[in-house]
Design a protein around this ligand. Structure first.
Ligand code: SF4
Length: 374
């Protein structure tokens, strides 16, 4: 048994500070968190970069268990996931804190929050599962900030969801160490992994992280799990959108993950600490789309723009438009209940359970406390 595995997590209670499992003691009296490659080395009273994990009483604790920055019912396509129970709704929630420091973060008010009052809403794992069921959601998504930093809470919520037939979705940057990663993904049904760029320079300079561990997570998901996953790359003008980089990235995906993994290119808007860059032109998304298709990827999408042609899903067998989409609205579907093309019978890669749903573009904020008391 590893040092980390010997650290037994205490039984969590809603809204409490809990013990965690993945850490070890250092010779100099500090403790090191082993959840992500940042490997924060902390003395009692100090918090890690994510701020929600920190050292107390010679152990690493999670300070945000059972607390959320808010809940919302979203279309699953917003995560984005286009091949996972299309057209269904998902109960989205996040906490606070993140283990990367992306200068372009589009959720920075939550991910960079150091104020626990950001976590105004609270709900235990069973509350979340019950709410998802009552709201008619097919899944729960751990999103807004990276669930890596609140993995214990996410795992407990996923287990409670599974017991009610609700699936779990991680929206993550994939910056995680091997041992906690294996535990985390045992409980997930789907993931959208941000592949922020394909250079170590970008990860180091813009995100304060590293590319290699993210690629390891993607390879791990492909080779060692049944988790359905899709990839998202936010294209930032002049930073990660050159032909050469897009060519290398999409070739790597084809060679290492296979041509069936869906890839989403989304448009950047100036935010947080990266306000000197322009919005991503639609033409850049089209160029990236064309490069990815020419490198062999079968399912490529553009996001944050109106582009029905490149937001729809096509049959890899006969080319038929199988799911016609504009942003998050499905206007037509030509797949059977198991996800096969009704024209040629080729199976569409993904997770399907009946005909696509009709949730559409609605985004419905939910106060769980009030909802569950009714
Ligand atoms: S999860 Fe948080 S505390 Fe742990 S190593 Fe990563 S940033 Fe540091």
């Amino acid at each position: 048994m590893s040092e980390a595995a010997e650290n037994v997590a205490a039984q969590p209670a809603e809204g409490s500070i809990i013990d965690t499992r993945y850490w070890h003691a250092l010779d100099d009296g500090r403790v090191q968190c082993d959840v992500c490659p940042r490997a924060c080395k902390l003395r009692d009273g100090q918090r890690g970069l994510c701020f929600v994990r920190g050292a107390e009483a010679g152990r690493i604790k999670l300070f945000s268990y059972g607390r959320s920055s808010g809940f919302c019912v979203d279309p699953i396509e917003k995560k984005p996931l286009n091949h996972f129970l299309p057209g269904t709704s998902v109960l989205s929630f996040g906490t606070a804190g993140c283990n990367l420091a992306c200068k372009f973060c589009q959720n920075w008010d939550m991910s960079k929050s150091r104020e626990m009052d950001t976590l105004a809403d609270s709900a235990g794992p069973e509350d979340l599962a019950q709410a998802a069921e009552r709201l008619g959601c097919a899944s729960i998504a751990f999103t807004y900030n990276d669930p890596v930093v609140f993995m214990e809470y996410a795992i407990d919520a996923a287990q409670a969801g599974r017991a009610r037939g609700i699936k779990s979705v991680a929206v993550t940057a994939g910056y995680m160490c091997a041992e906690p990663r294996a535990e985390f993904y045992r409980h997930m049904d789907a993931a959208n992994v941000d592949l922020k760029a394909f250079t170590e320079r970008f990860y180091y300079k813009i995100c304060g992280g590293a590319l290699a561990p993210v690629l390891e997570t993607l390879e791990y998901l492909k080779r060692e799990t049944n988790v359905w996953f899709e990839i998202t790359t936010l294209l930032i003008p002049g930073e990660n959108d050159s032909d050469g980089e897009l060519d290398q990235m999409t070739l790597w995906i084809v060679e290492n993950l296979g041509p069936d993994v869906p890839l989403h290119f989304t448009a950047f808007h100036p935010d947080y600490k990266l306000r000197d860059k322009p919005h991503t032109p639609h033409a850049t998304l089209i160029r990236a789309y064309d490069i990815a298709r020419s490198c062999g990827l079968k399912h490529v999408y553009v996001g944050n723009v109106d582009d029905a042609l490149r937001s729809s899903t096509y049959c890899a067998g006969c080319g038929e438009r199988l799911i016609e989409r504009t942003r998050y609205t499905i206007s037509d579907s030509k797949i059977d209940h198991g996800g096969a093309c009704v024209q040629c019978g080729a199976a569409l890669t993904g997770v399907f359970d009946g005909a696509p749903g009709h949730w559409g573009t609605r985004r419905v904020p939910v106060r769980l406390g009030g909802f569950l008391s009714r």
